[in-house]
Design a protein around this ligand. Structure first.
Ligand code: ME8
Length: 519
């Protein structure tokens, strides 16, 4: 199938502020998108997966100032750290956008012009509270003990500002939510968004006049755009919008927009589920199909913060525990959408249990027996499968649609739970069938048992490519599965390994973790 004839899937991560080094939280969001992007590619979609960096605004300007370098030099170097992370963590993003790029400035200014031409922007003056850490405006009534509700310090700001008429969009937003019940996930977060909008919206200040590090407002050099209007626009910039602009790409924009999914942390849902749709509606542009807000990680029970100095470096984790092991842990440990706690004990538990014992041993035991007893050639799948054979194989054959349904709802932990249920079934089957005993008592049956098990391993390995690409590749190499036989189209009954199919010498793929902290 050519890319043009495949269905498209466009998904995005937030673009990260370049005020700090990337930490586990950033890696988490991008990993979740990577898991989904790889899954969709294997499932026959033409995927565009976007990530990048948010480089304007007061927060970044201040970080550059504190570092004693110009904002441009500062953003160049920190943005590079985020770009490097995508390689180190094996993220398969198709594009990496920086808001300081020309293509993005053109898109921001075009969006601004559309809003202005349609009468949605007015020049006025802002006086109120601003939290640079959140890059957000707060009213007096929202403050808690003199701070933003997020705990960020606030300062009083009084300056000329353009306002977007957000208050006019309340009814249209509510009607849109009503008509699109899957627009925000999880449901509990959607309810929060709806009550926020139902409570009434105030016009939004969308320009700043007291500093310069931003996209200039067209025809008014005294103002730069509010960093959130600038940042949200990245999602449409990357599609080649505006199609008639200097960086435009008519075909790409038409194919990619609207986005299928904006993945965000719960901290920035309001910007994506309220402000962004309102800007797009006001500009007469199509709205994204879905926004999913995941929860936050704490570190051994504590909030991760710069002041506590307890940020977890994803590269160190990958180094210590293995990249695929870390990727598995982050997606499996915490129900996606809920908050979660990182602890060394928890990751070791997952590595030694789910990966080393359950999957690693299964694959190693089965493939070694095939390799040793059948000269590295697959025995035939049973002509007349037993009930146990049938039940196990049917469970594996039924996995893809069930897993797909979970992935489409971003229930990543559930998708993995389903796969590991089949792995557990396979382990019970191997213990009961005891092929090492059959070797002496009934070698023909041993051959059948191993063929059934190899089929389960093949299907599991194909499915887990999306999360643990390097390890799954090794498993499939050992099984001798050709590289063009690894997509989801290969899952199910018609594609089983034929008798005589040659496998490679098996090597352990998921070693037990025996380093520091192991019990
Ligand atoms: O908000 N646990 O950028 P940001 C889980 N530039 N996820 C976490 C996390 C944690 N402890 N800490 C951060 C911005 N994240 C804006 C976005 S989008 C148009 C502009 C993740 O660098 C989570 O995805 O502060 C959160 O939403 C994002 O990092 C915030 O990154």
């Amino acid at each position: 199938m050519t890319n043009q004839s495949k269905p498209k899937y466009y998904l995005t991560t937030p673009i990260y502020y370049v005020n700090d080094r990337p930490h586990i939280g950033h890696a988490y969001t991008t990993l979740a998108c990577d898991f989904l992007a790889r899954f969709k590619r294997l499932d026959g979609y033409d995927v565009c997966f976007l990530t990048g960096t948010d480089e304007h605004g007061q927060k970044v300007e201040k970080a550059a100032h504190d570092a004693g370098v110009s904002p441009q030099d500062f953003t160049d170097s920190v943005s590079q750290n985020f770009r490097d992370l995508t390689d180190s963590l094996n993220f398969s993003n198709d594009d990496f956008i920086r808001t300081t790029e020309s293509r993005h400035k053109v898109a921001c200014q075009t969006l601004w012009d559309l809003l202005r031409e349609r009468g949605h922007l007015t020049l006025g003056s802002y006086s109120g509270w601003y939290a640079t850490r959140d890059e957000a405006f707060y009213s007096e009534t929202e403050l808690v003990d003199g701070k933003a509700p997020t705990g960020a310090p606030v300062e009083w700001v009084e300056e000329p500002s353009y306002f977007f008429n957000l208050s006019q969009w309340q009814d249209r937003l509510l009607a849109f939510y009503e008509a699109n019940p899957d627009f925000v996930g999880p449901d509990s977060r959607f309810n929060e968004v709806k009550s926020f909008v139902a409570g009434g919206l105030r016009d939004l200040s969308v320009s700043r006049a007291s500093f310069k590090w931003g996209v200039s407002v067209p025809n008014d050099d005294d103002h730069v755009m509010y960093v959130w209007l600038d940042a949200l626009t990245n999602y449409i910039t990357a599609t080649g919008w505006p199609a008639d602009g200097s960086f435009g790409d008519v075909e790409k924009y038409a194919r990619l927009w609207p986005a299928d999914l904006h993945m965000v942390g719960k901290d920035i849902l309001r910007f994506h589920a309220v402000y962004w749709p309102a800007f797009l509606m006001a500009a007469d542009l199509p709205l994204p199909k879905r926004v999913f807000a995941h929860g936050w990680w704490t570190n051994e029970g504590q909030k991760i913060s710069k002041s506590l100095g307890n940020a977890i470096d994803p590269l160190e984790l990958a180094e210590q525990y293995g990249l695929d092991q870390m990727r598995y842990f982050l997606m499996r440990e915490v129900p996606f959408g809920k908050d979660g706690d990182y602890s060394a004990q928890a990751i070791i538990h997952r590595i030694n249990g789910d990966l080393a014992n359950d999957l690693g041993n299964l694959s190693q035991r089965v493939l070694s027996m095939v390799f040793k007893n059948f000269d590295g050639k697959m025995p035939a799948f049973p002509d007349q499968p037993t009930t146990e054979d049938r039940v196990l194989v049917a469970a594996a054959d039924a996995l893809l649609p069930a897993v797909r349904e979970k992935m489409d709802r971003q229930a990543f932990h559930e998708a993995l739970r389903l796969i590991w249920q089949v792995i557990a079934d396979a382990n019970r089957y191997v213990d009961t069938a005891a092929p090492w005993v059959l070797k002496k008592t009934d070698p023909a049956r041993m051959a059948e048992v191993l063929a059934v098990l190899a089929e389960i391993i093949r299907q599991v390995a194909i499915l887990i490519q999306a999360l643990m690409p390097a390890s799954a590749e090794k498993m499939l190499d050992q099984l001798g599965v050709a590289t063009d036989k690894r997509s989801f189209a290969q899952i199910g009954g018609a594609k089983r390994l034929a008798k005589g199919h040659i496998i490679a010498k098996p090597e352990p793929i998921f070693p037990r973790y025996i380093g520091e902290g192991a019990v």
